[in-house]
Every structure is written in structure tokens, then in C-alpha cells.
Design a protein around this ligand. Structure first.
Ligand SMILES: Nc1ncnc2c1ncn2[C@@H]1O[C@H](COP(=O)(O)OP(=O)(O)OP(=O)(O)O)[C@@H](O)[C@H]1O
Ligand SMILES: [Mg+2]
Length: 248
């Protein structure tokens, strides 16, 4: 279980999160929505303890991670994998080398096993044919797929974190990436891998998530399902959704 308890965080004097609380299960499929700068990426960084809150607690499976050392955090971080906002492939490495990188670092697999595992992952995300290409030779959608494969190379996560996975992609490619995210979280709770996507793309979020949390001025001002989101009477949230959602 994941618990944020009254989490407050400021960068210098800029308060980004103000007593944010929520709980989630590892098999949940959540979306954090909010405008630019509202703290969506920060939520993911807190979850991995890449930044620490000023006050409040973040509990993972009952353990307060805000006080753990880097070495104590390692097993906690292994429960997750994150696909960063810009995909962040290594430009000078081929797709194969990008995905193999983490496996090599861990040093547990032979080169043969690594090669096979890289192929498996690329097959899973549908770009096995691009194994020998360089990042610059890939389309935006293929880059996202490669980044997802790479994020999974570190092991079997219990939950996948995605930062703006569809932003900047054309609608059809965004839909394909959404399908991939759904596939990777397929199954029934509690026997599935969960996902958290943070995005301002409401359409993409609606496609892959069952629960939606809206961040505004440092607070969670909405926490509910899709019908609840579409029928909200929060004027601010309505504007956010109307601007992005193709309302029929
Ligand atoms: N390392 C940092 N140092 C100082 N300020 C930061 C830092 N990281 C983020 N911020 C500020 O914190 C706020 C929240 O940033 P965050 O990246 O979480 O927003 P976001 O919701 O992900 O935005 P976007 O949709 O543009 O990605 C912003 O005002 C940002 O400028
Ligand atoms: Mg962000």
C-alpha cells in the first residue's frame, strides 16, 4: 500500500504541495491530473524518494520512506519503475544498448540472457524490429515504447509510473501508447501491476485509468472515478477538462 499523509513540499519559498494525502494499492490504476507546474512530476519524485517532503509522511507497505537512507531505499524503489517525462533514452546508444544498460549494471545476467531479455521486452512493447536503430532514428511513439521497455529492464515492478507518456504525440500514436500502458497493467486486482500516470492529457488518462486525482494549488481537489470527473461541479476542474476532453 502507498500512503501520502499530509505531505507538504516547497522548493525554496515556492510551495508546491500543501498537506496532500491519499492512499493507493499497488494494483490501482491512477491518474494525477493538473496544469503545468501544479506538482505532478513532484508526486512521482516523492514516491521514489528522489525528493523528500518538508513535512508529512510517505508510507510504502507500512514503512515511512521519508527517513530512509539511499541503501535502505533500494528495495523500495525496485517495487516501481518510472518512465520519465522526456523518455530520456541515451542518444549515443542503440535501442538494444539502451534496454540492456540496466541489466548489465545489475551484473546478474550473461550476455546471451541479456540479449534474449532485451528482445522479449522490445517484443512486448511492439518495436522488436527497431532493436538496432539509434534513438534519433525512431519516431516519437517508438521512443516512448523504447523508454517503457528500458524502464522494465530493471526487474518486475509492482507498479509502473509514467510522466506525461502521451504528451507531444499525435492522437493515434497516443492511443497506441495508451493501449500499451493498459496491457502492461492488465488483469484483475490484486494480481496485476498497477500504474500511475501523471499528465495533463485527460483523454489519455481516461483511457488507461480508473481513478483520477486533480492537483490544484498544492491540494488534491478531486479524487474519484471517470463519471465523477465528467460530472464534476468544480468550475475550475470543468474548465480543465473542457479544454482537453473532446466532449461529445
Ligand atoms: N528542482 C526544483 N527546484 C526548484 N523548483 C522546482 C524544482 N522542481 C520543480 N520545481 C517547481 O515546482 C513546481 C512543480 O513542478 P512539477 O515539475 O512537479 O510540475 P508538473 O505538474 O509536473 O508540471 P508540468 O506539467 O509542466 O510537467 C513548478 O513550479 C516548478 O517550477
Ligand atoms: Mg511534470
Amino acid at each position: 500500500m502507498i500512503e501520502f499523509q499530509d505531505v507538504t513540499l516547497a522548493y525554496n519559498s515556492n510551495r508546491v504541495l500543501d498537506r496532500v494525502s491519499f492512499t493507493a494499492q499497488f494494483w490501482d490504476r491512477l491518474a494525477f491530473l493538473g496544469g503545468s507546474g501544479e506538482g505532478k512530476t513532484t508526486i512521482l519524485k516523492l514516491l521514489l524518494a528522489l525528493v523528500r517532503p518538508d513535512s508529512g509522511r510517505i508510507m510504502i507497505d507500512g514503512e515511512d520512506i521519508t527517513r530512509l537512507s539511499e541503501s535502505q531505499l533500494r528495495p523500495i524503489r525496485r517495487k516501481f519503475t518510472i518512465v520519465f517525462q522526456e523518455g530520456a533514452l541515451f542518444d549515443s546508444l542503440s535501442v538494444r544498448e539502451n534496454v540492456a544498460y540496466c541489466m548489465r549494471e545489475q551484473g546478474a545476467l550473461s550476455e546471451e540472457d541479456i540479449d534474449e531479455e532485451v528482445r522479449n521486452l522490445l517484443r512486448k512493447v511492439g518495436i522488436e524490429g527497431a532493436i538496432d536503430l539509434m534513438p534519433e532514428e525512431l519516431s516519437g511513439g517508438m521512443q516512448r515504447r523504447a523508454a517503457i521497455a528500458r524502464s522494465m529492464a530493471a526487474g518486475e515492478p509492482r507498479m509502473m509510473l509514467y510522466d506525461e507518456p502521451t504528451t507531444g504525440l499525435d492522437p493515434l500514436t497516443a492511443e497506441n501508447i495508451g493501449d500499451l500502458i493498459s496491457e502492461l497493467s492488465a488483469g484483475e486486482p490484486p494480481d496485476r501491476r498497477g500504474s500511475i500516470i501523471v499528465t495533463h492529457d485527460v483523454t489519455a488518462a481516461a483511457r488507461v485509468s480508473e481513478r483520477f486525482l486533480y492537483l490544484k494549488n498544492g491540494r488534491i481537489t478531486f479524487d474519484g472515478d471517470l463519471p465523477g470527473l465528467l460530472n464534476t461541479d468544480d468550475e475550475e476542474l470543468k474548465k480543465f477538462i473542457d479544454a482537453l476532453f473532446l466532449l461529445r
